[in-house]
Ligand binder design. Structure first.
Ligand code: NAD
Ligand code: MG
Length: 392
């Protein structure tokens, strides 16, 4: 390749976005920041534009985009600011960008992530919601666009690293018997069950091992995150639901494992630092420094494993159910979860109401085969309305 990779970061102001820029900053000869983006917190994007001087920026919210434009002009910075979903899609499919980090949180990330797939980019996928909602269409877009899809979720990146050399996401490896998806179990793994009703947003976002955005932190506490990741793993690695086993491993040292038909189990280990999978995917198949500390196995001392308790983690049970049902059920699961988590973070519902809302919306939903991306968006919108209706 000639010259540095031109990188577009979708969701650059978030936790994954900031970690991506941290890795890029360590390798200026390899990577150049072509474009940055955010939802509405334009002041943070302004700070990033001052530092990175990208050619393009995109802001989901039009009012915030206007404010960023004015502030950049006052600073004499000539970054062009695009806005709305079309602006996000434009930076994702920009012909001058060859690498796209898809790190917008939630269903709003679907359209720009698919745009990057269709445009044939090296696509670093953090936005798992895209695959949960529209796995078949998303994987087809990757194929048709000739994109190179690399997983960023630490578990999926671990599995990717444990698969045979030359493996391409979407392919099924016949010699793989199953995938072992590890989960920390979150902050309430051993809390008394009756104490969960009183859990506050502050407690739920305080993850024992990882620093992440608020939505995924709550998903980790409820283990909905692992449910979404199970569905994500099925699409990425061409596996059935029954070939993916969730194992609780509280130390988060082993990031996931692949079991082959001869009984060999390969694992990827490391410090719980998202810069490891990000650096891995940015430079793949080369290896570059990520800034993550070395793993201290002696300090970790013990690696423990246990089966998840589905009474404690009803969200994982609901996700399993939706994964087995397939068709539109995962779309509804994801949409209802986004609305319920937002309501919990806004203190409108309690922690244990999250699975109740999702279960009710799933019960109301009549499953249908997904016909197109537009159909996916319509089902997503319907499930959001149903969830909001339940919340009153
Ligand atoms: P975050 O909340 O820290 O950041 C979210 C980003 O999305 C921000 O830049 C925000 O501006 C942007 N965004 C939000 N709404 C938007 C909109 N309407 N239009 C455009 N941009 C919008 O979240 P995060 O923790 O960085 O997670 C991002 C994604 O990566 C999620 O899908 C998450 O599941 C996945 N992921 C995160 C981690 C982690 O360690 N943080 C690990 C694995 C996977
Ligand atoms: Mg993960």
């Amino acid at each position: 390749m000639t010259g540095p990779r031109q990188v577009c970061v979708l969701g650059s102001t978030g936790s994954i976005g900031e970690s991506t820029l941290d890795v890029i900053a360590r390798h200026p000869e390899r990577f150049s920041v072509r474009s940055l983006s955010c939802g509405s917190r334009w002041e943070e994007l302004l700070r990033q534009c001052r530092r990175w001087r990208p050619r393009l920026a995109a802001v989901g919210d039009a009012v915030a985009a206007g404010k960023l434009r004015a502030a950049l002009r006052a600073d004499g910075i000539d970054t062009e600011v695009l806005e709305g979903e079309s602006g996000l899609e434009a930076i994702a499919s920009d012909p001058e960008a060859d690498t796209v980090m898809a790190a917008i949180v939630g269903a709003v990330g679907l359209a720009p992530t698919v745009a990057a797939a269709r445009a044939g980019k090296r696509l670093l996928l953090a936005n798992k919601e895209s695959l949960v909602m529209a796995g078949a269409f998303f994987m087809a877009a990757v194929q048709e666009g000739g994109a190179e899809l690399l997983p960023i979720d630490s578990e999926h990146n671990a599995i990717f690293q444990c698969l045979p050399g030359g493996y391409r996401t979407g392919d099924t490896v016949p010699s793989v018997r199953r995938l072992l998806l590890t989960a920390s179990g979150g902050p309430f793994r051993s809390a008394p069950l009756e104490s969960l009703d009183a859990v506050t947003p502050e407690q739920a976002v305080a993850h024992p091992n990882w620093v992440m955005g608020r939505k995924i932190s709550v998903d980790s506490a409820t283990m909905m995150n692992k449910g979404l990741e199970m569905i994500e793993a099925c699409w990425l690695f061409g596996m059935s639901v029954d070939q993916v086993e969730v194992v609780i491993h509280p130390q988060s040292v082993i990031h996931s494992m692949v079991e082959y038909i001869d009984g060999s189990v390969l694992a990827q280990l490391g410090s719980p630092d998202m810069r490891v999978p990000i650096a891995c995917a940015l430079a793949w198949p080369e290896r570059i420094a990520s800034g993550a500390p070395s793993l201290d196995l002696v300090a970790a001392a013990n690696l423990a494993f246990e089966a998840p308790d589905l009474r404690r983690f009803p969200c994982l049970r609901l996700a399993l159910q939706a994964a087995r049902e397939g068709a539109s059920a995962p779309v509804v699961l994801n949409a209802a979860n986004e609305i319920a988590v937002e309501a919990f973070l806004d203190r409108r519902i309690g922690y244990m109401a999250i699975p109740e809302v999702i279960a009710s919306v799933l019960d109301l939903h009549v499953s249908s085969e997904l016909e197109s991306l537009e159909h996916v968006k319509a089902i997503d919108a319907g499930a959001r309305r149903a969830a909001r209706g339940l919340l009153g």
